[in-house]
Design a binder for this molecule. Structure first.
Ligand code: SF4
Length: 385
């Protein structure tokens, strides 16, 4: 029985597949993906961008392969990066075969679109021979003609049917190493399609609201759509699609998972909106603090609260807490308990120093526990759970 059952999320049971070395589905952590926007033939630029995406924390990166030169470029790109690379293929089965042979960990390809059973068979063979999985990617904007005629317009039922039709091609080849996405730019449509698909099969699901928009509007749309799905246990890997740099997509993806306690990476800052009671400039402090803490990957919670109305209460649930207090000094908490007081002038420097030291402590403790053979959960600090 959970201590806080209102926070429990029961994940849909899905099969597990491998995308390179990264497991997707089953009880594997929900992974975060993004996609490059460089020309894939620009090998140097693509490698550099993938490295930036890796640094932001992505588990998997997708790269478009529209032509033979791009699949050839994969041969140089894949060995230079740590994350598994998914090759995005549209229609042309030969690109799929070339990408699998060039080291792609996964092919994003819709088997029903590549022309014939024989071609599907060839792509499956190349995938099998090269330990490459696949993603079927249904998109409301490019549904098959016969489904649009049957249903009249893109709708959840048409999207689920499309996904299952593509899946059948692979099942007929006895190939089940694939995940499915069912994206739409409309949040209602995307959520309903994923809910239908989650019921209809046990394949791992790659979730996303496609073409969600710019950084702010896209983040909101994605948070509503993905939040709704993840909260109900649906989703094994995700991409937040933004008209913004891919690193931003990764950050938003992690923030959505963090908000639902599904995965932790970096510092989760809890801060108040501030008001006339604030004893220091909360907004400016948090703005600078978040930037200065962006390099921390250790899961940790830090509360930054303007006054004693909510500060002490929030601090009890964080690794490091900061509450604006009277008379020019503020209260600092460590592991939920009052620790020391601080003057106004050096709040950010002081907190950054504390977080860096705490992160080093947590990592050292984790390494010790791992060496002693304890599991991650046993070794993790309570507030970061
Ligand atoms: S915690 Fe204090 S400063 Fe922050 S919003 Fe609430 S009352 Fe205002």
């Amino acid at each position: 029985m959970s201590v806080r059952p209102y926070r429990d999320i029961i994940r849909r049971k899905s099969r597990q597949i491998m995308v390179g070395k990264v497991p997707v589905g089953g009880d594997a952590p929900i992974t975060v993906q993004s996609m490059t926007n460089t020309r894939t033939t620009n090998v140097k630029g693509t490698i550099e961008q993938i490295r930036r995406i890796e640094l932001a924390g992505a588990d998997i990166v997708r790269v478009s392969c529209p032509d033979e030169a791009s699949t050839r470029a994969l041969r140089e790109i894949v060995p230079e990066v740590t994350v598994p690379v998914v090759a995005d293929i549209h229609f042309h089965y030969k690109r799929g075969i070339e990408a699998a042979e060039a080291g792609a960990a996964c092919l994003r390809i819709n088997p029903g679109n590549i022309g014939s059973r024989e071609r599907v068979r060839e792509v499956v063979k190349a995938a099998r021979d090269n330990n490459c999985s696949m993603r079927i990617g249904v998109n409301a904007g490019s549904l098959e003609k016969h489904l649009l005629e049957k249903y009249g317009e893109p709708c959840p039922e048409a999207m689920v049917e499309s996904a299952l039709e593509h899946a059948k091609y692979l099942e007929d080849e006895d190939f089940r190493e694939f995940k499915i996405s069912c994206k739409a730019s409309d949040v209602f449509l995307a959520v309903a399609a994923y809910q239908g698909l989650a019921e209809a099969c046990d394949y791992p699901l790659h979730i996303g609201v496609t073409e969600a928009g710019g950084l702010r509007s896209g983040t909101i749309k994605s948070s509503i759509g993905l939040g709704m799905l993840l909260w109900s246990g649906i989703g094994d890997t995700l991409r937040v699609s933004l008209s913004a740099e891919p690193e931003e997509e990764v950050k938003v993806g992690f923030d959505i998972l963090k908000s639902l306690n599904l995965r932790h990476r970096g510092v989760n800052v809890i801060s108040c909106p501030s008001c006339a009671r604030q004893q220091f400039d909360v907004i400016r402090t948090v703005e600078v603090l978040e930037k200065r803490l962006a390099h921390i990957t250790t899961p940790m919670t830090v509360s930054v609260i303007g006054c004693v109305v909510n500060g002490p209460g929030e601090a009890t649930m964080t690794d490091i807490g900061f509450t604006g207090g009277g008379k020019g000094t503020h209260q600092v908490y460590v592991n939920g308990l009052p620790d020391h007081r601080l003057k106004d002038d050096d709040i950010v420097d002081h907190l950054v120093g504390m977080v860096e030291r705490k992160a080093a402590e947590i990592e050292a403790e984790k390494a010790r526990a791992e060496a002693a053979g304890l599991t991650g959960a046993e070794a993790a600090p309570a507030a970061a759970q």
